[in-house]
Design a protein around this ligand. Structure first.
Ligand code: ATP
Ligand code: MG
Length: 568
């Protein structure tokens, strides 16, 4: 491609709307443009990268035996009502009505549509297993679209759905997808870690997420420093942490703590360590009040709580609900004497001896509080967010928390959808059985952003060769006739050898060309200038390493192909 013809609007300045490197660079390098928050146009260079990623993913899927199809973006409300997710999916789903007043949504994911598709068609165990996938635009009205295509409201996903006779079959299909995913990600030149994940709103039993480790990642992942344990913090648990002390229980006492509301204030004021205080959180779970107790130095893991309660939404209580349900006073709430609401507590709370909690009375706390003796709870369960340094649940090693970008996610759905939507088959004995399903997603557009987060420097993008929009960029410097002639020839010859090449034939200063080549991140840059040409030499420079080489003109095509072969 000649850059004089290429629609490549690069930017010198970093656009104010972009906070993270990948978003900044995708705008600056002319890969995409913003229509509105979370909605983008892919420009020619960006679209080439997307298509390369799609192709690598497609190949891995095809090799695994999955078959590609294309399902609609428009879904009928009836299907989503059958599965129970019309309401459950929440405000992320964009709903609309047609001219006749029928309800529809724009597909945020396709379990419903694909289940409806196969339930009419799969009759016998002979039709199974089956894996169907598509690469398609998904629509989710994200509460916080940000970081460009990393969290869009419209984005490209590869989604696959497996159908098996039983759980053994599902295990195999799941494993095949796991392997295909690892292959696809490394095929894109990405370093990805698989971690245990929560199954969330999808339902189902087992789940893994595929994470690109990067500072800007919105997910937190707990890794063990001595075994292979790795889990999303939403799901991660710590090993046994032990009691805060073995002392005798003392007598419960009310103490005056004027104006001391936060854990910091109370611990400072009373001179106790935070781990000994019991933090009481007043929440509404789908509108029902619940009091949640966790140790003062812990944070509540809302995913674990929501899973336990089977709740879609957890909200902090407002003043009115607080008075109505809790009969307490904000800042001084506690479990002792609390009636009429469910009380749940984290496992660590059970181990607190002579702890501190609110007295349900303005400006007072209770000290020497002992769970079981002074209050009872409905259940003790793991409700905390694991922290850096916590013991590993598998081997007792140390957990370390890192940030990651979720580029893929696989789920064992089981019969969550086949049951609610009636997808069955007849087994060898002619008996009707539920189809056992799995669901598997890769965020194609997010993957491109993640690739940039993992591969860039202060000058711009450094594409892994396999997903680079072009592999070679030839910079023709100046308007010297010989330079133009040699550049054109090399461009043609490389194209003839199947090397995807950009020719910078624009009437721009060398500095502009050098900067743009670095910004758009083409793996190999070839510079042709009048001076070295006099010695029959051209220059090659590897974008990732900065390695520079002089190449003799005669052997240039071979040498370029050789260099390309060995760079990543
Ligand atoms: P997240 O937790 O990041 O919101 P999710 O768990 O809701 O994602 P899935 O339903 O598992 O997402 O979707 C499969 C894949 O699609 C994700 O692993 C991710 O790579 C991608 N994806 C999901 N939401 C978005 C989005 N808003 N923009 C871009 N890619 C997305
Ligand atoms: Mg996910």
């Amino acid at each position: 491609m000649r850059m004089s013809n290429l629609y490549l609007p690069t930017l010198k300045e970093t656009p104010a709307e972009a906070e993270v490197p990948s978003h900044q660079l995708m705008l600056r390098a002319g890969l995409m443009r913003t229509l509105t928050a979370g909605v983008y146009t892919y420009l020619p260079l960006g679209w080439r990268v997307i298509r390369k990623v799609e192709e690598i993913v497609r190949q891995a899927m095809d090799e695994s035996g999955a078959q590609e199809l294309l399902m609609p973006v428009i879904h009928t409300a009836e299907l989503w009502k059958e599965s129970g997710r019309w309401e459950q999916f929440g405000p992320q789903m964009i709903k609309f009505q047609d001219r006749k007043g029928r309800d529809y949504c724009l597909g945020p994911t396709h379990e419903e549509v694909v289940t409806a598709l196969v339930r009419g068609e799969i009759r016998s165990y002979k039709d199974l297993p089956l894996n169907l996938y598509q690469i398609q635009t998904k629509v989710r009205d994200e509460i916080r679209p940000r970081f460009g295509v990393m969290r869009g409201r419209e984005f490209i996903m590869k989604d696959a759905y497996s159908f098996d006779r039983d759980y053994e079959g599902l295990d195999k299909s799941y494993r095949a997808m796991y392997d295909a995913y690892m292959k696809a990600f490394s095929g894109c030149g990405l370093e990805v870690r698989a971690v245990e994940a929560d199954t969330g709103a999808m339902g189902g039993s087992e789940s893994h997420e595929f994470m690109v480790l990067a500072e800007v990642g919105e997910d937190r992942i707990a890794f063990c420093d001595s075994c292979s344990y790795a889990a999303n913090v939403e799901k991660a648990v710590a090993g046994e942490m032990g009691s805060t002390g073995s002392e005798e229980m003392k007598e419960l006492e009310e103490v005056h703590t004027p104006g001391q509301k936060t854990i910091e204030e109370v611990t400072e004021f009373l001179g106790v360590e935070p781990a000994r205080t019991i933090k009481s959180l007043a929440l509404l779970a789908d509108g029902e009040p619940v009091l949640v107790l966790i140790a003062g130095d812990d944070q509540l893991n809302e995913v674990k709580l929501a899973n336990y309660l089977g709740a879609n939404e957890l909200t902090a209580v407002d003043d009115e609900d607080f008075d109505k349900y809790y009969h307490s006073t904000a800042g001084f709430i506690g479990p002792v004497g609390m009636e009429g609401v469910r009380i749940l507590a984290d496992l660590r709370v059970r181990d607190i001896v002579n702890g501190v909690t609110g007295a349900n009375k303005t400006d007072y706390h209770l000290i020497n509080v002992n769970p079981e003796r002074d209050f009872t709870v409905e259940d003790y369960l793991d409700l905390r967010i694991v922290k850096d340094g916590d013991p590993c649940p598998k081997c007792g090693g140390r957990l370390e928390i890192k940030s990651g970008i979720e580029v893929g996610h696989i789920f064992k759905l089981g019969t969550r959808y086949s049951e609610s939507m009636g997808a069955t088959y007849l087994d060898e004995n002619g008996k009707e059985q539920l189809i056992v399903m799995g669901s598997y997603g890769i965020g194609i557009s997010r993957l491109v952003a993640a690739a940039i987060e993992q591969n860039h420097d202060e000058k711009g993008i450094i594409w892994p060769k396999v997903i680079a929009p072009y592999q070679v960029i030839i910079l023709a410097l100046g308007e010297d006739e010989e330079v133009v002639k040699v550049s054109e020839e090399l461009y043609r010859e490389l194209a003839a050898r199947g090397v995807e090449t950009l020719l910078d034939d624009r009437k721009e200063r060398p500095g502009v060309k050098f900067n743009d080549a670095d910004l758009i991140g083409i793996p190999l840059r070839i510079t042709i200038g009048a001076r070295s040409l006099k010695n029959n030499l051209i220059e090659a420079r590897v974008r990732r390493t900065g390695e520079e080489m002089q190449i003799g003109l005669e052997e240039s095509v071979e040498r370029i192909i050789e260099i390309l072969d060995r760079i990543e």
